[in-house]
Design a protein. Structure first.
Length: 265
């Protein structure tokens, strides 16, 4: 068994994940719809869908991907031309009339090169990748008692294998509310592993939104883990190369298998 200590950029990871991948097909079920989003932070956003594309507050997105993991629930990932280091992912639950939005921002070269010990001394997070999370309601004013996506411990204690393609296989161990461990079993990062910051939100029964932010190679991952269908849909975003010049944002999907689970206390 061979291992590697080479940390590849996200662009190379995207190339490795592309062939024979297990991504969900694009979904056009939102075409013709216009949705008004009312955020818990007081924000107001208009999304208009047509021909598989999205306009946000009248501005057409530069990149768009839409999948539907369950009836009435969509994963929408967009990038705007005026946010070169950022991207936005939304889970739209039209059955419950609620949503959750994740606005991710990759670090500059200078931010990414701050040593970990300096981050520790400054009391900042180890990862320089930022994620702003906002929940809200769809087509109705926000109310604090709305049925919003909420933090969940449903994945905690589980060890789950994810097969992204015949060539790429990983496992995750969900440790606690803020951290998980990943390991590449087979594929372009075989032999690599780490423990990184993460967030979990319950979207539906056995459907968890999982967000992670890596610290060594700046990476933002956002996936919906369906523990009923044992399938995921989502995206990974990072830099194309180690020169921090271009962002790579690509869709991912995997078949899942729970390898073990520690019973909840």
């Amino acid at each position: 068994m061979t291992t590697t200590t080479t940390w590849i950029p996200v662009g190379a990871l995207g190339d490795a994940f592309a062939p024979d991948n297990h991504c969900l097909p694009p979904d056009t079920g939102l075409d013709g719809r216009t949705l008004q989003l009312h955020g818990e932070d007081g924000s107001r956003t208009t999304l208009a869908f047509a021909a598989g594309a999205v306009t946000r507050d009248g501005v057409t997105t530069a990149q768009c991907s839409i999948t539907r993991p369950r009836p009435g629930i969509w994963f929408v990932d967009v990038r705007m031309a005026d946010t070169p280091r950022g991207g936005t992912s939304l889970v739209l639950d039209l059955e419950r009339g609620c949503y959750i939005e994740i606005d991710g921002t990759l670090p500059t070269r200078e931010e990414a090169h701050v040593p970990l010990l300096d981050r520790v001394a400054a009391g900042t997070e180890l990862t320089p990748v930022k994620a702003r999370i906002v929940r809200g309601t769809i087509d109705r004013p926000f109310a604090p008692d709305a049925a919003l996506p909420r933090p969940t411990g449903e994945l905690l204690g589980k060890r789950v294998e994810y097969i992204y393609s015949p060539h790429e296989r990983y496992e995750h161990i969900y440790l606690n509310d803020g951290y998980y461990t990943w390991r590449c079993i087979e594929g372009s990062e075989r032999g690599l592993c780490d423990t990184d910051a993460c967030h979990y939100y319950a979207i539906d029964t056995d459907l968890v939104l999982f967000i992670w932010r890596e610290k060594i190679v700046p990476t933002l991952g956002i996936v919906m883990v369906d523990l009923r269908a044992m399938k995921t849909t989502g995206k990974i975003m990072g830099y194309e190369g180690h020169d921090f010049a271009t962002v790579r944002n690509f869709g991912v999907g995997a078949h899942a298998r729970v390898l073990s689970a520690i019973p909840a206390e």
